[in-house]
Design a protein around this ligand. Structure first.
Ligand SMILES: [Zn+2]
Length: 357
């Protein structure tokens, strides 16, 4: 049986090459600071042991981690795999930050007496949550092992089969709690450079949501030079050539972010409802995530309404418009076969014909 570390090495090796050829040059090109280790690593409560060490201990105890595999992972840690990268402009003042310029809930917009949260507070929290999405492995699964707050460049990423094995073991030994927050799913991983540039992209995209600029601009730390970087990235992300041979249009007539699937402008009110509302904004990928190639990286992240994310399912976002057109074509063909093609359909078909000339 292949160890989970061997499987981890497949996307990891690709990420090393990507960091070298794409990630690091991008940080340089965009004029970002790029310093690493911007935050302190967490420790196990009441001890000096790092959380990642405790996780390795548990994996070793479960019989899934050999000594040589552990050595490999510990070496990655010492090389800075789990570090955070600063994405402030090069030569910035003050502390380094890997999640800069998140809009803040200030006194003025806080909930009034009697209300739990003000509407604006909810929107801002939704924006913050979305921007932070490239950093965190999503939760929502009540089963053990899932780490709601674990970062994507977690040292312990396990494939589906290993997860199943440990889950069964936890059940047998009645140790569900012991194995909780042990690892993230391998498909959810990323390198630290991938995450930082993905956060920058999310920031650039969310900044261009209709009405969001005003919220960001109330935040005094948002400097003109940072806005310049965000606008540059937005311009680059709008270039549909970026999405290979099947372009996506991510902006509306007023240069605001839109869903490239529904072609509707994304509204502030849609943020913070990703799990409860079909219009709620979720974290989407252009190319779907896989266990072989981590997809949380720049030019591949996209805030998407839930109904569009569901439509995408496991396909590439680039394929969805083609699928939608093929579905429509089939509908028309079936209606025609049954003599039910009304003038309304015919008029739409004519518009297609005019457009395709
Ligand atoms: Zn810095």
């Amino acid at each position: 049986m292949t160890s989970f570390v061997e499987k981890f090495k497949i996307p990891y090796n690709e990420s090393v090459e990507w960091d070298r050829t794409v990630g690091k040059p991008e940080i340089e090109r965009l004029g970002l600071c790029g310093n690493t280790n911007t935050t302190k690593k967490s420790t196990v409560k009441g001890t000096n042991k790092f959380t990642w060490q405790a996780r390795l201990d548990k994996l070793e105890e479960s019989g899934q981690l050999s000594t040589s595999d552990r050595d490999f992972l510990e070496e990655l840690e010492s090389k800075g795999f789990q570090d955070k990268v600063c994405i402030l402009p090069k030569g910035h003042k003050g502390k380094c930050s890997h999640k800069p310029y998140l809009p803040k809930v200030t006194k003025e917009i806080r909930a009034k007496k009697g209300e739990k949260k003000s509407a604006l507070q909810k929107i801002i929290e939704g924006l913050v949550y979305k921007i932070c999405d490239p950093e965190n492995n999503p939760g929502g699964d009540p089963l053990p092992l899932q780490n709601r707050g674990g970062s994507r460049n977690n040292l312990t990423m396990i494939d589906k089969e290993t997860e199943k094995t440990i889950r069964a073991l936890a059940k047998k030994k009645r140790k569900t709690k012991y194995y909780k927050n042990l690892a993230i799913r391998l498909s959810m991983g990323a390198s630290n450079t991938m995450i930082s540039l993905a956060i920058l992209d999310m920031l650039a995209l969310v900044y261009h949501v209709k009405g969001a600029k005003e919220i960001f601009e109330t935040y005094s730390e948002i400097t003109p030079e940072y806005v310049k970087i965000l606008k540059q990235r937005w311009k680059e992300l709008k270039n549909s050539n970026l999405f290979a041979d099947r372009p996506l249009v991510i902006f509306d007539e007023n240069d605001n972010l839109q869903s490239p699937i529904s072609n509707k402008t994304i509204e502030l009110e849609q943020f913070g409802k990703g799990h409860t509302d079909l219009q709620g904004i979720q974290f989407g990928h252009i190319q779907p995530i896989s266990e072989d190639k981590w997809m949380t990286r720049p030019s591949n992240v996209m805030p998407l309404p839930r109904h569009c994310n569901l439509k995408q399912s496991n396909s590439s976002l680039n394929d969805v418009p083609i699928e939608q057109l093929n579905d429509a074509l089939k509908t028309v063909r079936r209606l025609k076969e049954h003599g039910a093609l009304t003038n309304e359909y015919k008029s739409i078909m004519k518009q297609f014909k005019d457009l395709s000339d």
